[in-house]
Ligand binder design. Structure first.
Ligand code: ADP
Ligand code: ZN
Ligand code: ZN
Length: 745
């Protein structure tokens, strides 16, 4: 007799382990494959998990094991490469495998819905009209539905009938009376390879640098090939992507393109539609569950030739995947900042390795991590140093405002330059890193500032309507008419955000359209597109906004870009702040002078002599970054060391600190047992309060693990996390592990 077989299931629960079950009754074990969904009893609940493997040696005695309830799929919903990617990510990020699998499938599948989206089509059965009328005389709703269907002889899908207000129950009642029938129809599907020709229009003729980059990426020797496409803004990186994708599609393979969260605009998608005849599918957070399901399925069924998506699209199923592109690879939105803190960029490199395919990390301002990998020859370093076409790089001026009188943050000298450019019918872009009207509302009688009740932060003053808003926890309050402390009515807005600058610029340039682009002005669906369309149809105008402006947009008429408040980024205690400031500055500068007109960039600063600023202004990001790298090396900071951050959030500061101290003790004991101490080994720093100690009413503490190589960090966590998880405190305090933390605030 063959040995009994048991299911090892990954469940979406925050426990770092798998769970064993018996086979569901009457189910043979053959045909079971990893990646299929299984429904199981878990405590009092029923959960849907993913079959990770089968085993003949369960962890518990056989009679203690429960039976799985059912296997939901005939085919795995997770392909072997995605299973392997999730398994790797589960080890690397020290996260439960079940939670990773949950990230990798759409909500519809997590809820147990079938993979193939068949619609149900309802249509009338032939019947005499008066007989039907008689049958329905006492059921007005059914009668309505019957009439409605009689106007649609080919039938209607259940979804659209629902949208017209006819519930399935009504249709079933009609069915019982023999008046209607339904059929299940499979969603229409064509394989992307059947599309011919692939190209809709001829590609551009590449310049030498582009040609070299493309050749390196598409080189005949196939295999894993990570490449940094390090190209200044406007140098034609996107054209290289498009031609690399063309090459990939010609080989009968699919391409995956990751873009930052706000980079997925119709402008971006259009460039792909204009070039290719193959279906281009998008996957991003703006879709509803059904849309996500369909996009995901189209990838899996090889209907999509190209899938473009934001962070979580790195898990999209593409059985014929032949190329991965990560555009703006430095962008922070690739790192998830809650639950499983994965980096989609890093997973992209790992997925390409698993598949043995090329991966392109593109940016005008590469992250230090990626740049260092290229410098160490772990990645190809492909440079595009010239703007494509006729465009030239802009001139950068550091405008000293040390003793200048500013009008709401704008110096006289800058205003004059803005006027000159507008007078020439050019467009001007003004960047300020702060949304809202004013970052603070202050009582000028007693000096108190309106703070958020739950956070260590000031509340930002917004208008339309006037309110106070905490950007950290979303608390909103009406603007008080008098000071809560001294009752004086002398409350003043201090400092300026985009809304105030908008007002000032509009007053100073009353005849010029001023467009504000920030999270508030673009909240509604398509709002961004509307603003951009207006900008493109206008001559002289001012665009003013936050970093949303800096990302990927092409404004051919902009000849002046001004940056108002960059200085703060030069002195932050966060060691990554300077890198981010350099990226932002370079990206904003890149918006100026993209077509045939030369561009200019003005940076208002009180620290004109600042070395970093000088470098960025005189040379370029490409010269700034090696110096930043040297500094990080000297200080043994990432990418020259590796970090993991354990965070807690608790009702009192003491609770979090106590838990982290326990963790520290466990880590220290493990480190000495494993011999991981010493200068080359593991360092533990903390516990200490997070820079913003209180957020949303909870106290936040951190413990930092750092080491010069990755291994000790992972070893110690592997050996310690289960003891940490079994501490009773671990269930009282909210805590998380963040590998390669990016944002330590
Ligand atoms: P990036 O992605 O590096 O910002 P793009 O690919 O958007 O650059 O190119 C910037 C502009 O230059 C676009 O209008 C693009 O059509 C044009 N362009 C790119 N490559 C070429 C080329 N080889 N010849 C002519 N124009 C080009
Ligand atoms: Zn006061
Ligand atoms: Zn708050």
């Amino acid at each position: 007799m063959s040995q009994a077989c048991f299911l090892r299931v990954a469940l979406p629960v925050p426990l770092r382990r798998l769970f064993d079950y018996r086979l569901p009754r009457n189910l043979p074990s053959h045909g079971l494959r990893p990646g299929m969904r299984v429904q199981v009893p878990f405590g009092k609940r029923k959960l849907i998990g993913i079959l990770a493997s089968t085993t003949t040696k369960p962890e518990l005695a056989e009679d203690k094991l429960k039976s799985a309830l059912q296997v939901l799929d005939e085919e795995p919903v997770l392909q072997p490469d995605i299973l392997a990617l999730c398994e790797w990510a589960s080890r690397y990020y020290h996260a439960p495998l079940g939670e990773l699998f949950s990230l990798a499938i759409p909500a519809t599948l997590r809820q147990g819905k079938p993979l193939s989206t068949r619609h149900r089509l309802w249509r009338l059965r032939p019947a005499a009209a008066d007989a039907a009328e008689a049958l329905l005389s006492r059921a007005p709703k059914q009668k309505q539905a019957w009439h409605f269907l009689s106007e649609h002889p080919k039938g209607l899908s259940e979804d659209s009938l629902k949208a017209f207000g006819f519930a399935t129950s009504i249709l079933s009642q009609l069915e019982q009376k023999g008046l209607v029938e339904h059929a299940e129809v499979e969603e229409h599907s064509t394989h992307f390879e059947a599309v011919d020709p692939i190209l809709k229009c001829a590609p551009l003729t590449l310049n030498d640098e582009q040609q070299h980059a493309l050749a390196a990426i598409t080189e005949e020797t196939s295999g894993f090939r990570p490449a940094l496409l390090d190209g200044i803004t406007g140098s034609g990186k996107t054209e290289v992507y498009l031609q690399a994708i063309d090459h990939c599609l010609q080989q009968g393979q699919q391409a995956l393109v990751l873009v930052p969260e706000i980079g997925l605009t119709p402008q971006t998608i259009n460039r792909f539609h204009e070039r290719f005849n193959v279906p281009v599918v998008t996957l991003h957070s703006g879709l509803n569950d059904t849309e996500r399901h369909n996009a995901w399925r189209q990838g899996l069924k090889e209907e999509a030739g190209i899938l473009i998506g934001t962070r979580s699209a790195i898990f999209a199923p593409l059985p014929k995947l032949g190329l991965i592109i990560v555009d703006e690879e430095h962008d922070l939105s690739y790192k998830q900042q809650d639950s499983i803190r994965y980096s989609a960029r890093d997973l992209a490199v790992y997925r390409a390795r698993l598949k043995g395919i090329p991966v392109i990390l593109g940016s005008a301002t590469p992250s230090l991590e990626t740049y260092n990998n290229a410098s160490q020859h772990r990645y190809l370093h492909l440079r595009l140093t010239q703007r494509a076409g006729n465009a030239r790089a802009p001139a950068i001026e550091l405008l000293n405002i040390r003793d200048a009188a500013l009008q709401d943050g704008l110096s006289e000298a800058l205003l004059e330059q803005i006027k000159t450019h507008l007078d020439q019918s050019h467009q001007v872009l003004v960047f300020i890193n702060r949304r809202g009207f004013s970052p603070t509302l202050m009582c000028y009688s007693c000096g108190s500032v309106m703070d958020c009740p739950g956070c260590d932060a000031h509340m930002t003053l917004h208008r339309n309507p006037w309110k106070l808003h905490c950007h950290h926890c979303d608390t909103r309050r009406p603007v008080p008419s008098s000071c809560p402390d001294c009752h004086s009515s002398n409350l003043q807005a201090v400092g300026e955000g985009t809304e105030k600058i908008e007002e000032t610029l509009q007053q100073l340039f009353p005849k010029t359209p001023v467009f504000r682009i920030d999270r508030d002005s673009t909240r509604n669906r398509n709002a961004m597109e509307k603003i951009l369309a207006q900008v493109h149809s206008t001559k002289a105008c001012i665009m003013l906004g936050t970093q949303m402006l800096a990302k990927g947009h092409h404004f051919p008429r902009v000849t002046l870009a001004a940056m108002l408040n960059m200085d703060a980024g030069l002195y932050s205690s966060d060691y990554r702040a300077l890198e981010r400031t350099g990226q932002l500055l370079t990206q904003v500068a890149g918006r100026s002078g993209r077509a045939d007109k030369p561009g200019k960039v003005v940076i208002q600063t009180r620290d004109q002599e600042n070395i970093a600023l000088q470098q960025l202004a005189n040379g370029s990001y490409q010269e700034f970054i090696p110096l930043l790298l040297q500094e990080r090396q000297l200080m043994q900071l990432p990418p020259f060391s590796f970090q993991a951050l354990i965070r807690t959030e608790a009702a009192t500061p003491a609770e979090g600190e106590r838990f982290l101290s326990l963790i520290r003790t466990i880590l220290e004991q493990q480190a000495s047992q494993l011999n991981l101490n010493g200068p080359e080994g593991l360092q533990l720093l903390g516990p200490w309060p997070a820079p913003m100690e209180r957020r949303q009413g909870r106290y936040r503490q951190q413990l930092l693990l750092q080491s010069v190589s990755r291994q000790p960090l992972h070893t110690i966590l592997n050996f310690s996390l289960s003891s940490i998880e079994s501490l009773p405190e671990s269930r009282k305090v909210r805590w998380s592990v963040d590998i390669d933390p990016q944002d330590m605030s």
